[in-house]
Each structure stands twice: as structure tokens, then as C-alpha cells.
Ligand binder design. Structure first.
Ligand SMILES: Nc1ncnc2c1ncn2[C@@H]1O[C@H](COP(=O)(O)OP(=O)(O)OP(=O)(O)O)[C@@H](O)[C@H]1O
Ligand SMILES: [Mg+2]
Length: 233
């Protein structure tokens, strides 16, 4: 059994009150093991982003625990959370979230926690965008912007990469390039948690968890892992 990296226990998150009360997470417990490529599947509104944002220390948990490296990050104060976000998890978003008025290179260097400017260039080379380093994000295609966002996340040198629908805003070819990159990163040892509503992408995962209405409704091992190259959607 691989080492347990994240243990999320009995997470609850609600929005609204009275008639309008919604359980975004309704008693969700999910483990993440070292070297997992974990895909969390579910339709719109099932709670995927809410869950991922909690693992990323972005959203506040109402009830429950998230044990990472033996510590419950739910109990962290703001300063501890900032450090956690900076050092422990990388985040890739559907709409890239690059800073638009600085260059591609600066976006990668400015990754909180990045210590090495050489490393930023090497990472841009790695995602095949070194020649775009002095461009601004708007001068890049969506797929290129997402690769910059991945380079930025990698610059944190964290063990875990959290991806929220990373291909959701991309055409098929760009989406596939992003999946291939994630596959490589995973093969190099990174633990990946990817949320998506695209069933086909789950083929890449060693574990698949399905969510519905703020709950985990299914948990599967996948013994028939599909290469990014072969994912069709
Ligand atoms: N800031 C908010 N205020 C009120 N309700 C919210 C808020 N954020 C999320 N919700 C609700 O919580 C539920 C879960 O939302 P969440 O964004 O986690 O879903 P999701 O699975 O990521 O969906 P999608 O695939 O559309 O991104 C939804 O019912 C949503 O309406
Ligand atoms: Mg979402």
C-alpha cells in the first residue's frame, strides 16, 4: 500500500440557509496516496471544485478534517495556510488564472514559493514554451496558457498537483497536450488529483472516485490505465 498523503475526513460545506440551504459537501471522506493519479468524476454542482479547493487550502472547511503530513490543515491559521498553499500543493485551474499584465516568464517565476529563476526557464522549456517567455498571457492560445499554468504549479516543487477541469476550456488537441504533460509529470513521481466531468479522462487514473450531490457515491481502482495519447472525448 502506498503512503497516505492526504486524508480528508467527513467534510461538510454548506451554502445558504433555510429553504436555500445547499450541501456542497455532505460528509465527504477521500484519501490520496503517494503517486496516485486520482480522478474525481461528477456532474456540474456535485461538489468537485469545493472539495479540491479545500485540499488546496483555498476554501474554508465547515466541519471535518484534512490531514496532510500528520497535521490537520482545517485548524491552520491564515499564516499557516498561506505557507501550505505556497509549499505543499500546486494548483491548475480550468481558466488558467494567469496574471495578465506580466509576462509568461514572470508568471512562472512569481509562483509563490519559487526560489529559482533558472528553474522557471527550464520549466518553460519543459512545457515547450521557452520561446514565448516574453509574451503576455493574452498573446497565447488557451492550451499554451494552460501549459504556462502547469509550469507555474511545478515551480513550487510540491508533491501534489491539484487540477480542476484542466482541459475544460481547451479544444481536443490542446486538451490532449495538457493530459500528456500531466501523465509525464505523474510518471516522474508527482501525485495528481484531477477533477472533471469527462468520464474518458478517468481512464488515465489508477483510482476513480465519483461524486454526486456533495457525496462520494462510488470508488474504483482502475487496473486498465489508458495512456493520454489514447484518451478520446
Ligand atoms: N460561493 C457559493 N455560493 C453558493 N453556492 C455555492 C458556492 N460555491 C458552490 N456552491 C454550490 O455548491 C455546490 C457544489 O459546487 P461545486 O462548484 O463544488 O461543483 P462542481 O462539481 O465543481 O461543478 P462544475 O462541474 O460545474 O464545476 C453547487 O450546488 C453550487 O451551486
Ligand atoms: Mg467545478
Amino acid at each position: 500500500m502506498e503512503k497516505l498523503l492526504i486524508e480528508a475526513k467527513n467534510l461538510i460545506k454548506t451554502y445558504g440557509e433555510g429553504e436555500g440551504l445547499t450541501y456542497a459537501l455532505n460528509d465527504v471522506s477521500i484519501n490520496v496516496y503517494e503517486h496516485d493519479f486520482l480522478v474525481i468524476l461528477g456532474g456540474s454542482g456535485s461538489g468537485k471544485s469545493t472539495f479540491l479547493n479545500m485540499l488546496g487550502g483555498i476554501d474554508k472547511v465547515e466541519k471535518g478534517e484534512i490531514i496532510v503530513n500528520g497535521e490537520d490543515i482545517v485548524k491552520y491559521n491564515d499564516k499557516q495556510l498561506t505557507l501550505y498553499r505556497r509549499n505543499t500543493v500546486g494548483f491548475v485551474y480550468q481558466f488558467f488564472n494567469l496574471i495578465n499584465d506580466i509576462t509568461v516568464y514572470q508568471n512562472v517565476v512569481l509562483a509563490p514559493g519559487s526560489r529559482d529563476k533558472e528553474r522557471a526557464l527550464a520549466l518553460l522549456d519543459r512545457v515547450e514554451l521557452k520561446e514565448k517567455k516574453d509574451k503576455f498571457p493574452r498573446q497565447l492560445s488557451g492550451g499554451q496558457q494552460q501549459r504556462v499554468a502547469i509550469a507555474r504549479a511545478l515551480n513550487k516543487q510540491s508533491d501534489i498537483l491539484l487540477c480542476d477541469e484542466p482541459t475544460g476550456a481547451l479544444d481536443d488537441a490542446s486538451g490532449k497536450a495538457v493530459l500528456k504533460l500531466l501523465e509525464e509529470i505523474h510518471n516522474e513521481g508527482k501525485t495528481i488529483v484531477l477533477v472533471t466531468h469527462t468520464r474518458e479522462i478517468a481512464g488515465m487514473a489508477n483510482r476513480i472516485i465519483t461524486m454526486k450531490n456533495g457525496r462520494v457515491v462510488k470508488e474504483e481502482q482502475n487496473d486498465n490505465i489508458v495512456k493520454a495519447e489514447e484518451v478520446v472525448w
